[in-house]
Design a protein around this ligand. Structure first.
Ligand code: ADP
Ligand code: MG
Length: 409
């Protein structure tokens, strides 16, 4: 066994993942409690029974808007009775959803809770409107930044929507990339959220056309500072993964080469961060007009994440659908191992309907890799028979009638 394999084997003994998951008024579940093993967890059931909803709930234990990028209001359970004649929006809005979990990280056990809270925002002098925001508690203490979660748990998900990841616009690729960065750099979640916030404010001020120059300039300086930090963190991740992949077997899941395509990231090749920051400030200033004309504003909010099939030197977007899926799996496996070695704990994998589209060889290879890594992976499927090879190693759950039952082995 080489060094890397030895190190991984050591970490595998330090199990991590979600050991208890409790949902309240979350999607189709009024109340659901799962005692989970730190092992592969196979969730099966017919279409529309609530398999993906369980994975989505786990994704809310990490920063952001979860696996479906949902609006908070859509997650709250809709009670069939209320959708009938007696439908009343106020009644519905009193029913708040919550996810709570016990998370293990080596010997540590951490309680994480997340829920929505109503708050009021002032629009005009006497126009207060209520809105909802997600609050997070760690061991009972409300935290101010969701990025704190990254110290205890991280998750990587693959969903059927991601089958089109390499073909469509750059936004989903960018968020996929940024989530990979969170795992190594917990501050990155805060940075991307802050950048988005500042960008929206800047954009709106320019659109409204009544902003003071000093105000815009101060936003541009802040955006440039955070933007360069975002670019640097992304570069670091890409370099780390590419280096790691050099030592990875090039098997059924072919090796990838990763690249960033962004102006700010590229400048960091040759210029010190401080100069790139100055450049970015000037660039934003010179792009104020773009906002008025609805033209694109270049910067870290437009960076693309390029993936290549390494051996073939083929851009992922030109690969076949099956190859693209394998490349994605290859990325998340590399990230899982790299992150485990680097951070000392493994991410939780959320694999939604992933095996259905793999041939027998690839499916068995993926399940074997997951088993070997000894990590917690939540895997959904309509067909439990596909998981016969994990009979000894996995926990089998069946979803039916808005509830979950466990299969005895
Ligand atoms: N807010 C909600 N309240 C109640 N049910 C919901 C809500 N959002 C989605 N659902 C229901 O959840 C089910 C889909 O669950 P999902 O986890 O996607 O199923 P699958 O098992 O196919 O993955 C659908 O039947 C949908 O109507
Ligand atoms: Mg589903």
């Amino acid at each position: 066994m080489d060094n890397l394999a030895l190190n991984l084997a050591q970490f595998i003994r330090e199990k991590s993942g979600v050991s208890r998951l409790t949902l309240t008024d979350f999607r189709n579940y009024a109340h659901l409690r799962i005692n989970a093993r730190l092992a592969p967890i196979i969730i099966t059931g017919e279409n529309g029974t609530g398999k993906t909803n369980i994975l989505e709930a786990i994704s809310f234990l990490t920063p952001g808007r979860g696996m479906r990028s949902a609006r908070l209001a859509d997650i709250r359970r809709i009670r069939p009775a209320l959708v009938s004649d007696e439908y009343s929006p106020t009644e519905i809005s009193n029913l708040n959803w919550a996810v709570s979990a016990q998370v293990c990280k080596g010997d540590e056990e951490i309680e994480i809770g997340t829920a929505v809270e109503r708050a009021a925002r002032e629009y005009d002098d006497d126009d207060f409107r209520s809105y909802e925001r997600r609050i997070v508690k760690i061991n009972g203490q409300k935290i101010t930044s969701q990025s704190e979660l990254g110290k205890y748990i991280s998750a990587i998900w693959l969903t059927p929507q991601m089958d089109r990841l390499f073909r469509g616009g750059s936004q989903p690729r960018r968020s996929f990339l940024d989530r990979l960065v969170y795992a190594f750099d917990v501050e990155h979640a805060k940075r991307t959220a802050n950048f988005e916030h500042l960008y929206k404010e800047w954009y709106q001020l320019l659109k409204n056309g009544n902003a003071h120059d000093a105000w815009l300039s101060s936003l541009e300086e802040n955006m440039a500072g955070i933007g360069v930090a975002i670019a640097a963190a992304r570069r670091e991740l890409i370099a780390k993964l590419n280096k790691f992949i050099e030592h990875e077997p090039d098997d059924v899941f072919p090796n990838v080469m990763l690249e960033l395509d962004g102006t700010i990231e590229r400048l960091l090749d040759t210029l010190p961060a401080i100069d790139v920051e100055d450049y970015y400030v000037q660039k934003l200033k010179s792009q104020r007009r773009n906002v008025l004309y609805n033209d694109n504003v270049d910067g870290v909010n437009r960076t693309d994440f390029k993936v290549y099939y390494k051996k073939k030197r083929m851009p992922a977007e030109l690969c076949s659908t099956g190859e693209q899926k394998s490349l994605l799996i290859s990325i998340i496996l590399a990230q899982t191992k790299c992150q485990t070695l680097d951070k000392g704990f493994a991410p939780v994998l959320l694999l939604d309907e992933v095996v259905a589209h793999l041939d027998d060889l690839k499916r068995e290879a993926l399940l074997e890799k997951i088993r070997e890594l000894g990590i917690q992976a939540w895997i959904t499927s309509t067909d439990p028979k596909l998981f016969a090879s994990l009979a000894e190693d996995a926990q089998f759950l069946t979803v039916k009638n808005n509830g979950v039952t466990e299969q005895a082995l």
